[in-house]
Design a protein around this ligand. Structure first.
Ligand code: 5BU
Length: 477
């Protein structure tokens, strides 16, 4: 660091301390952990001169970024004004990530102009585990925007560099917490006892990269065919699905979201020869009967497809067990595959497994969703991937938007697919089959209205099938 940079950093640290952006004492963090240091840079918006200085130092740090980028994006909310200052001063376009929990109507996840494949530089104020940066990266990725670098003003030095590195992101920081403490101790703002306290806190409270959390790049995926992958499987349901996919040359699942059983039966009789699986939401069927299930099973046999009930079990173990096995639908008696959100903990999977395992059924874990503003975080996705990898006797893969595991025996199924990229008016977001399979490296597309609302369901299903299967074949070359 040059002398001027040292002077600037020192002055900034003292000023941040002065305005209580950095505080020492006893604080309970969001996570419930007790910490001797608290950093909250939201306060800088009340000191415009300081805000400009912070943004200038962030910009300086960005000079070390080697990759080219088209735009910058501040992690909401504190880094938004910082990114705005940089954007205005340096004349570099900015993107805004919406943080709202729900996408109402046509509100987009990312505001601003961008093109598919653009690289975007992330701006952040403070980094602890890197999870907020990853949430923004995830949102950008959903819109086809890449991220290779992030700039942070203050790295708490608790492991964010390694966590982000595992996701292919280089973190550049203006300063680290140890440097901040050195400056404050030298300036007699804190004593050596406090410095020691913070140091040991940082040592104990470290975040380490978890295994297999990184969405794999398609070019890193082992180029194994469905048949080769099927041979590696010990789970009989995964093996069966790989076999059907290869035999029918189809990695297409149709989502039969109709409310009348006759509509579903007519649809599956038409598209059955072209799909590897039919997905149902059995609780939307108004005239449900055992006879309907019998006919559906006959169709499954006739056209050789599996049945996937998209129930997304998510309650405590005891309840999901009853939901899966009992009620009027008796899902476990007919659905080959079900899915679950593991939000409520390990009990969901343990319960579903108690019923499903001995019936040789399979389960997909919802690791990512297609809807705008969904609240799944990068940590949640990573924990779900780990759970799947540890329960491969029952879990056959994921419902996701990106390839999440490089384990060839786990399947990646992606909903939110239409022949044209776009969205509906209730937050559903669509990617194309090519994007899902060849660019993002997933295995299977799930298509609902793209087929069900078409005037010619058979030929439309064929078009989706061919486009997804060709994309898979291209990956093998
Ligand atoms: P669509 O008509 O192609 O938008 O239907 C998609 C289907 O996939 C629908 O049944 C949803 O319930 C389901 N889905 C989804 O769209 N997005 C998700 O993230 C998950 C399921 Br999980």
């Amino acid at each position: 660091m040059d002398v001027q940079a040292n002077i600037d950093t020192e002055k900034l640290v003292l000023d941040l301390f002065e305005v209580e952006g950095v505080k020492f004492g006893n604080y309970t963090l969001k996570s419930g952990v007790q910490a001797p240091v608290y950093i909250d840079l939201r306060v800088v918006v009340s000191y415009p001169e300081l805000m400009v200085r912070v943004s200038e130092m962030l910009w300086k740090a960005s000079q070390n970024v080697k990759s080219e980028y088209k735009s910058i994006c501040g992690v909401p909310y504190t880094a938004l004004p910082l990114a705005t200052c940089i954007s205005a001063k340096e004349n570099i376009p900015m993107l805004i990530r919406r943080k709202e929990a729900k996408g109402y109507g046509t509100k987009k996840l990312i505001e601003g102009k961008y093109n598919d494949g653009d690289n975007c530089l992330i701006i952040e104020d403070v980094c602890t585990s890197g999870s907020s940066v990853l949430d923004t990266v995830q949102a950008l990725k959903t819109c086809g925007i890449k991220v290779s670098d992030a700039i942070v003003l203050l790295d708490r030095e608790q492991g964010a560099v390694d966590v982000l590195k595992q996701h292919g992101i280089t973190l550049h920081s203006v300063m680290g917490l140890n440097q901040v403490m050195e400056i404050l101790e030298r300036s007699k703002k804190i004593d050596c006892e406090m410095v020691e306290k913070v140091r040991s806190f940082l040592q104990v409270n470290r975040f380490t990269p978890s295994t297999n959390t990184q969405p794999c790049q398609p070019n890193q995926i082992k180029k194994l065919s469905f048949t080769e992958r099927g041979k590696l499987c010990t789970n009989q349901m995964t093996k069966k699905l790989f076999g059907i996919m290869e035999e029918k040359k189809s990695n297409l699942v149709v989502s039969a979201d109709f409310t009348q059983s006759q509509q579903i039966l007519e649809l599956v009789d038409k598209v059955g020869p072209h799909v590897c699986m039919v997905k149902t939401h059995i609780d939307i069927v108004e005239d449900f009967s055992q006879d309907f299930i019998t006919k559906l099973l006959q169709m499954a046999q006739k056209h050789k497809f599996l049945l996937f009930e998209d129930r997304k079990y998510a309650d405590i173990g005891n309840t999901v067990k009853l939901q899966y096995n009992n009620g009027i639908y008796h899902v476990s008696s007919w659905a080959d595959i079900i899915n679950a959100h593991c939000i409520s903990g390990l009990g969901v999977l343990a319960a579903l497994k108690q019923i499903g395992l001995e019936k040789n059924k399979g389960c997909l874990l919802v690791a990512e969703m297609s809807s705008t503003g969904n609240m799944i975080t990068a940590e949640y996705t990573a924990a779900t991937v780990k759970l799947a990898e540890e329960n491969k006797d029952f879990v056959i893969g994921f419902i996701c938007q990106n390839r999440l595991s490089d384990d060839p025996t786990l399947l990646h199924l992606t909903p939110g697919v239409q022949l044209k990229k776009g969205s509906d008016d209730l937050g559903q977001q669509y990617l194309t089959p090519e994007e899902v399979i060849s660019k993002r490296g997933n295995d299977v597309i799930i298509v609902g209205r793209g087929i069900t609302q078409s005037a010619d369901v058979i030929n439309t299903a064929i078009a989706y099938k061919q486009s997804a299967y060709n994309a898979y074949c291209q990956l093998l070359q």
